[in-house]
Every structure is written in C-alpha cells, then in structure tokens.
Design a protein around this ligand. Structure first.
Ligand SMILES: Cc1ncc(C[n+]2csc(CCOP(=O)(O)OP(=O)(O)O)c2C)c(N)n1
Length: 672
C-alpha cells in the first residue's frame, strides 16, 4: 500500500503518480552514476525496470525502510539478480540509505555486491544471481504466508530471457496449483537478452497464454506508463484464488538514447562522459552529483586498497606482473583460446555449438565469425543453435546431438555449466558415455565484480568426481586452444574444459608440448627480459629431476603465478623450483606428481578456487604412491572455504590469497 511506520501503522509518505515518475527518473540517474563509478554492471535491464521499481518500493509494497525486517512487510524477490542496482536504489529512495552510497557498487568489501546478498543489505530478501531461481523462492515465501495466516504479499521480479529457465515453469506450475493469490511475478519484458532479441534466441511467447494455462491471472501493461503500472498492481491485489503475472512491456536502456534497444548495453557500464550525457538526457543535470559519487567510490577504494595490501606477503622487491624491467609477459584471457579453436574446428561438419546467451563473452561466437553459414538463424537451423538461458536443456540437447554422431560443445559461466546441470552431465552424458564438451567459463575468483554468484569455485570438484570424465583447466590462451581441439577430436565421453575471464600471463608457445593427461614441467633457468624465455618447459615424462627444494603443482592461470613464485623463491632464497602444470585434472598424471613429491622437499598446490579441486587429488596421489617413502612437507594455496565477492580481478587474487606471493610465502613457511 505504501511506506509505513511499522510501530504506529501510519503511512510515512505517499507519492502521487507524477512524484513516482520523477523518482524513477532520479533513480535512473543514480543508476548511471553508480555504474560509471563501478566501471562495470548492467545498464540495459536496470533502466528498463526502474518505473516498476519506483512504483513497487515507494507506493505499492508495504515496507518500513527504518525497520527492514518488519514481519508484515511485503517481500520483493529480485530473481534477475543482475538488476541489483535497481533494488539498491529502490531501497535508497524509500529511505533505507542515501542513494549516493550506491557509488560503492561492485567494490571489494561493499554491501552493494554485483548481485544482491541479503546478509549484506537489510531489505534485500534473498541472494540471487543465478537466473531462474527467484520465482520458486517467491512460491516458498508465499506458501509460508498462507501457512502462518499472514497478510503480506510476495512480488518477484523476472526477466523475459530468464523465463527460458525450466525451473521458472516448475514454479509457475506450483503457484497455480496452490492458487497463490498473494504472489505476483512482474516480467520486465524488454524483449532483449545478451545474445539478442528474446524471440530469436529462444522465443518465450505467447507468455500470457502460458501463464494462464497454469492457472495464473495475467495483466499486460506498458512498464513505462506509471498509471498502467499502478493499475496492474492494483488488479493483482484484487485478484483472488490465483497468482498474477504482470507482463510489462519495457525498453532496455530506457531513457538514454544510445542505450535504448541495444543488446550490447546489457552488461556494460557507461563511462563518466556517457553517464553525463545520460544525466543530461534525463534532465538531471545538478540533481545527481556525479563528482560526489566518484569521491565516495574513491574513498571506499582507498580503504579497500590499504586492507588488501596489508595482506600481501612482502619481499625484497616488487615481483608483480610486468613491474620489473625483466620477466615481462603478455596478457591474454584463457577464454580466447576456446573461440579460436572453434573457428578452426568448425571446418569439421560434425562440430555443433550451442549458445546459452553468453556467447560473446565466452568466445563461442567466434565459431561463426567470418562463417555466416554457421551463424544462428533465429528459428532456422544451423550448426550454431541458440538454446537460451537453459543450461540443463543445453546439456540434454548436446547429448542428443552426440548420440547421433555430432561433436557438440556449449559453455556458460562455469558455476552454471557444472552445477545446475550436474545431474544431466552425470547421468545422461557421462553414464551414457556421450561425446559432449562442456566449457566452464569465468572460473575462479578472478571473475571479478559480478561477485560470488558468478565465481566458479567448486566446479572442478563437481565434475571431477563424475566417473569417466575428462577435466582440463589450461594455463593460458594458447593451451586453451590446444585443449579445445584435443578434447573435441581426440577424447570421447563427458569432457569439461575450464577457463577464466580475466587476461592472464601467456606462458606457453605453439611449440610447448600438450598431451591430455600428461603434465608439463616448467623450470626457470635464468632471469630473462621475457618470462617465457626464462623457463624451460618439457613433458613431465621427459623431465629428469634435479632435487629441487620446492615443487609447485598448479592448474589453470595459477601455473603462471607458480612460475612467478619460482622466480621469487630463486631471487629471495636461491631455491630451485619445479612447476608442474596439471592442465588435466582427470585423468591425473600421478607419475608426475609422485616424482615431484619424492624428489622435492616441499610441495605446494596452487588453485584459484576452493582448495581441494586440485589439492585433494594431488594429496591423495602422493599418499597412495609414496609407499613407505618419506612424505614432503605439503601446503595448499586456494580459496579457504568461503564464497567469493565483488572486486576487481587482481584485487580478488590478493584478497583470496592466491597470488605468486602467497605461493612463495607458503613454501617459505613450510621450510621452517
Ligand atoms: C543461470 C544463469 N545463466 C546465465 C546467466 C548470465 N546472465 C545474466 S543476465 C542474462 C540475460 C538475462 O536476460 P533477461 O532475463 O531478459 O534480463 P534483462 O534483459 O532484462 O536484463 C544472462 C544470460 C545467469 N546470471 N544465470
């Protein structure tokens, strides 16, 4: 009904339609400013939902900003967690905190995580970011209200692309079944998702008919017409015996001409100049103080910098990437290798790619760059088949294609490619021995400001435990290209390739050996201008041990960190280090691990996700293989049983203590 003082039951403030329209415009301005301060985020969808946000938080829902845990408050669930800034600004405009404070968005240690965490923001009901889950949570909350005889209502904000997730329709079915007239789903129907128009990526229409067939009441409205929005909510409140779906037609990027209806603005933040331009278009010059917000963001950053720098082990000099005149590296994201390989592999007609609405970012779109015949064709069929935001279905479709002799591959963020579809991957693909290559992109903490929901820290453990899988986490973009090709054409069965988002050091060349299941050894021979020339790299099978002090056993981009740690240990202590690149976690090269363990005094494993994905199989291999032999001193670098958080990629490497400095410090600690 309104913003309420929960102690007295008095309405705190009522908004006219014009005041709500004005509030939505101001929130759009703060959104642009906060995104510009963050340097990343989702402009398009945060702008499209803002009129609905203003209506909901300032007028429709019963909320008390001074008592966010008030038992009778209406619950608002943001199933589309990427629209977190709109949620934050809804609360801010209602009076929970100053809107300028959202300038700290997506920074390390900020309550304003890239995707909302309810434990950090009083008033955020649940933690979301993995699409398709919020409506089920809403059903649960609405059922609890019915069980307890409580009058509160539950509002769930959904995206139209998000409706491609199968779980949504399970939730729709259950809400219809239980006739939850205290539940409302608002669909922000801006008709765009990441890969393009929803109707081309995977059509969800006719939405009204779909909801109605599951027993819902449906209201359609223009999501930017405040009168229509308020009327739609009112209709929902008066609907008895069924849940209501408000299908709100909106414009992605609403209010800023260069963002409107442009898919590319989905996951982009404006620059300060673009934000200024946007503020002028919204008529907000002087209303939203961009400079003040920047100074809030800068002050927050200063504190965060001091905190993480205090956590860094200290050495005689600064060995950080490219800070010395020697040991220079090129940086390239490992994910690039996947796309480059697919471009080439596409010559084989058996190769089929499935798009999961994140195609540019994970580089699978390179499959059709320069090859229009392979490109997605809306509802037409080509060798790039878009399946939308539907990881479980993608796994099943890939299995079906494989059954008929195709070589299918698909990928998405590793969190969603390895967990949400784990049963399909285990039972249909692995147990069925079908030839499917799953790419887990954005692995590890280095994903950055999207935060915990998007940082895959458990994926290697999840998939490695599945019998018969081949699991590869290559160390750089070149090795990712080789791994993709090898997995596609040389390996059969369930295959999982894991790579990262951030640009990391390139430490191999075309000539570096690469054989699935065979580790490589890197040995530093002398300091060189370029790091790649300072190290010798051979197959572990061909390496003759030199009784080095330390062995660092690493996978993925941590191999490069391990090499830098070897440099640090050589400079600081004169120690020799054997770096073992375990690019294949399964089948594991136990011979290489055992050789390192029996010939070196200290063994450190290094991974940039939960300790265990690599450390556990390595430790087990050492214990199994040593027999009566003397065990080395053993330590592990990785994330220590915690979830990730927002922050810049290299800040997170420091915060989560997974840098070369931490590896070197661990080796030194084990020596005493
Ligand atoms: C399970 C899952 N898969 C993929 C993603 C990555 N992702 C974030 S937003 C998005 C597109 C969402 O489209 P839509 O629901 O239409 O939101 P809007 O266009 O309104 O921003 C995708 C694929 C995710 N967050 N969760």
């Amino acid at each position: 009904m309104a913003l309420i003082d929960s102690k007295t039951g008095q309405v705190r403030r009522e908004y006219s339609k014009a005041a709500l329209e004005r509030a939505a415009t101001i929130m759009r301005g703060y959104d642009l400013a906060a995104l510009a301060c963050a340097g990343s985020g989702h402009a398009g969808g945060t702008l499209s939902i803002m009129d609905i946000t203003a209506a909901l938080y300032l007028q429709v829902a019963n909320l008390d900003p001074e008592n966010p845990g008030w038992a009778d408050r209406d619950r608002i669930v943001w199933s589309t967690g990427h629209k977190a800034p709109s949620l934050y600004l809804g609360l801010a405009m209602a009076g929970a905190f100053p809107p300028e404070d959202v300038a700290r968005l997506r920074r390390l240690g900020s309550p304003y995580q890239g995707h909302p965490h309810w434990k950090k923001i009083p008033g955020a009901e649940v933690s979301t970011g993995s699409l398709g889950q919020g409506l089920s949570i809403g059903v649960g909350i609405a059922l609890a209200a019915k069980l307890d005889g409580k009058p509160y209502r539950t509002y769930v904000i959904n995206g139209d692309g998000e409706l491609q997730e199968g779980q949504i329709w399970e939730a729709v079915m259950s809400a219809g079944h239980y006739r939850l007239d205290n539940l409302v789903s608002i669909v922000d129907k801006n008709r765009l998702q990441i890969d393009g128009w929803v109707c081309d990526v995977m059509d969800v229409d006719p939405l009204g008919d779909k909801f109605r067939s599951f027993g819902w009441h449906v209201v359609e409205c223009d999501g930017h017409d405040m009168g229509q929005v308020l009327k739609a909510f009112e209709e929902a409140q008066h609907t008895k015996g069924k849940p209501t779906a408000i299908l709100a037609t909106t414009v992605k990027g609403k209010g800023v001409d260069f963002m409107e209806n442009v898919a590319g603005w989905h996951g982009r933040a404006p620059t300060f100049d673009e934000a200024k331009n946007g503020l002028a278009q919204l008529g907000l010059n002087g209303e939203v103080d961009l400079a003040k917000m920047k100074s809030i963001a800068d002050a927050h950053q200063k504190e965060a910098d001091a905190r993480i720098e205090a956590k860094m082990p200290r050495f005689k000099k600064d060995y950080w990437w490219n800070r010395q005149p020697v040991m220079k590296v090129d940086m390239d994201p490992t994910r690039m290798g996947y796309g480059r390989a697919l471009q080439e592999a596409g010559k084989d007609e058996r190769v089929v790619c499935l798009g999961c609405d994140i195609s540019g970012s994970i580089t699978i779109s390179k499959f059709y760059e320069g090859h229009p015949e392979r490109a997605p064709k809306g509802k037409g069929i080509s060798r790039f088949l878009s399946v939308g935001i539907a990881e479980q279905n993608a796994t099943g479709i890939a299995a079906g294609l494989a059954k008929e002799g195709k070589l299918p591959t698909f990928g998405t963020y590793a969190v969603f490619a390895s967990a949400r579809n784990l049963d399909q991957f285990r039972t249909t693909v692995a147990y069925g021995e079908l030839n499917v290559l799953v790419a887990g992109a954005h692995g590890g903490v280095s994903v950055g400001p999207d935060g915990a929901t998007h940082q895959a820290l458990e994926d290697l453990t999840n998939v490695s435990i599945v019998p018969g899988t081949t699991v590869v986490a290559p160390c750089d973009a070149i090795e990712t290209r080789k791994a993709t090709t090898a997995l596609l054409f040389e390996v059969t069965g369930a295959k999982y390739l894991r790579f990262a988002r951030e640009a990391t050091a390139v430490v191999t060349t075309e000539k570096t050996p690469f054989i699935i299941g065979k580790a490589n050894v890197f040995r530093m021979r002398s300091v060189k201008e370029r790091m790649i020339d300072a190290f010798e790299c051979v197959l572990a099978d061909d390496y003759i041990g030199e009784r080095e002090t330390v062995a660092i056993i690493a996978c993925g981009p941590m191999v490069a960190e391990a090499m830098r740690a070897a440099w640090i240990l050589k400079e600081e202590r004169g120690w020799e280090t054997r770096v073992v690149n375990i690019h294949t976690l399964k089948p594991l090269d136990e011979t290489a691990i055992l050789a390192a363990a029996s010939e070196c005094e200290i063994v450190v494993t290094a991974e940039e996700h939960q300790i265990g994905g690599l450390a556990n199989p390595v430790a087990a291999a050492i214990l199994r293989g040593l027999g009566g032999g003397h065990a080395p001193r053993f330590g592990s670098i990785g994330v220590k049983d915690r979830f990730g958080e927002s922050g810049a990629p290299w800040e997170l490497i420091k915060e989560f203590e997974v840098s070369a400095e931490h590896i070197a410090a661990k080796a030194l600690e084990l020596s005493v």
